[in-house]
Design a protein around this ligand. Structure first.
Ligand code: ZN
Length: 162
């Protein structure tokens, strides 16, 4: 396709962009675009913006695992917003003696667990209870020996014997 160069000011030349291409890349007046010279050609590189999906805690928990996976695979950034409009970030914290991951508001410190975090927490808690039962049925010689049982994750635990 041919385009006519238009002089704009003393040292600026302008060329119009094909409308269809501009629309496809969401290029409108005021948008910045990368211009690069490669082997004498000028390359116009529209910035590929990551989609950001912003939602509150309730809508996030209403999503099922499939929907969350699809969102993550689309490359979109998922942003969970607190009631105070602060942004929630994943953090590790001790909850009921368990090192658990939860979402913490960066503004008001409000904490909540996503459904998946809650599931993981419940699994670890259950395993902790199982570990306690194992301790009780362990031979006296071993349990006397300051054995230490540590839950690693929701599927495994470690036993240390002195
Ligand atoms: Zn908050």
């Amino acid at each position: 396709m041919k385009r006519k160069i238009v002089k704009q000011g003393p040292s600026t030349l302008m060329v119009s962009l094909p409308k269809r291409w501009a629309d496809r890349h969401a290029i409108k007046s005021g948008v910045e675009i990368e211009v690069e010279e490669i082997n004498g050609f000028l390359m116009l590189k529209p910035e590929r913006k990551k989609a950001r999906v912003s939602m509150d805690v309730a809508s996030y928990n209403a999503l099922d695992e499939k929907a969350i996976k699809a969102l993550e695979e689309s490359g979109a950034e998922i942003e969970i917003k607190c009631d105070c409009s602060g942004i929630m970030k994943e953090k590790e914290a001790m909850i009921e003696g368990i090192n658990a991951k939860s979402m913490v508001c960066q503004r008001c410190q409000k904490t909540f667990m996503t459904r998946m975090q809650e599931e993981e927490f419940r699994k670890i808690k259950k395993l902790n209870e199982e570990v306690k039962k194992i301790r009780m049925i362990m031979p006296k010689e071993i349990s006397k020996k300051e054995s230490k049982i540590e839950v690693v994750d929701s599927r495994s635990f470690r036993v240390y014997l002195e």
